[in-house]
Write a protein that binds this ligand. Sequence first.
Ligand SMILES: Cc1cc2nc3c(=O)[nH]c(=O)nc-3n(C[C@H](O)[C@H](O)[C@H](O)COP(=O)(O)OP(=O)(O)OC[C@H]3O[C@@H](n4cnc5c(N)ncnc54)[C@H](O)[C@@H]3O)c2cc1C
Length: 325
Amino acid sequence: MDPLEVDLSIIGAGPAGLYAAYYAGFRGLSTALIDSLPEPGGQVAALYPEKLIFDVAGFPAIKGQELIERCVQQAAPYHPRYLLGNRAEDLTAHDDGSFTIRTHRDVEVRTKAVLITGGIGTFTPRPLPDAEAYEGQGLVYFVRELETMRDREVLIVGGGDSACDWALNLEGIASSITLIHRRDRFRAHEDSVSKLMDSSVRVMTFTEVARIEGRDVVERVTVFDNRSEEREILEVNKVVAALGFKSDLGPLKSWDVKIDGRHVLVDTRMQTNIPGVFAAGDITEYEGKVRLISVGFGEAATAVNNAAVHIDPDARVFPGHSSGG
Ligand SMILES: Cc1cc2nc3c(=O)[nH]c(=O)nc-3n(C[C@H](O)[C@H](O)[C@H](O)COP(=O)(O)OP(=O)(O)OC[C@H]3O[C@@H](n4cnc5c(N)ncnc54)[C@H](O)[C@@H]3O)c2cc1C
């Protein structure tokens, strides 16, 4: 198959990558947007599509999935080529300054510049021990649609943001909600924890899962107090295990870009140590870095405008105003 040829290849279709696709289109650059997940949206779509986000400029509150849909819509007039379900595997630099990216499905993209918006890399949920048999049979790791929990007796396991947010968002939807956490300190936003404590959710600290039971699907869960070993049987039919996720930079680690831990080092233009290879969003590292969607949007704009100059040295970094006025 002939390689796809584009000006800019964007690796990662999370919020930073999607916004970069808009910006590249606005600058007249053709793009390919490569993501190992089957849907665009990165962490936002995969991990908290139903959660309200309060700190994206211009939206006092917006659900994760809606933000992603709007980002996709914003980029759409410029027709980015989506290569979803494709993990970027190899990066080869050519003498003329261009690159070839090969995906794990052997799709090749010839590109004048590269933008890595790989976030936390490819991510998979941390499994609940000895519960494999119930995966998809009442046990889930993400709540993609709150409606799937309507009128259910829900047990949420975990003490992070996802656990607290799902517990709060399911109030009024699930018929009962219990949240267990193995410690008494939560790793969630303070505001969410205090809302949780004031909610109708039953919160059990120092509590862990001993056993899930049910003929084919989850019917009850035995939990225990990890200080006293005292046990209790909870009659639940849905278990949400929000134990965090393992992330891995995967193939990006073998590329020649300079990496610090799990992050790619960039300069003020968002360029890596390889001229023509830029990065933006959660994956970048520099002094004072803050990992937020709004920061990723800004970095994406900086990266694309500097990539435009790399592609055409006569171009200007400043793109002009989109309002055209
Ligand atoms: C529970 C939770 C709540 C959060 N709440 C907020 C909030 O309220 N406000 C806020 O600003 N931020 C929040 N964040 C953080 C926010 O989600 C991230 O800052 C944001 O998603 C980063 O966007 P990104 O595009 O840089 O990366 P990501 O969203 O991580 O997307 C990166 C994409 O790159 C893909 N990828 C990685 N490696 C490859 C490869 N080799 N080939 C192909 N694809 C690859 C991944 O599959 C992924 O889709 C939250 C995070 C979590 C987990």
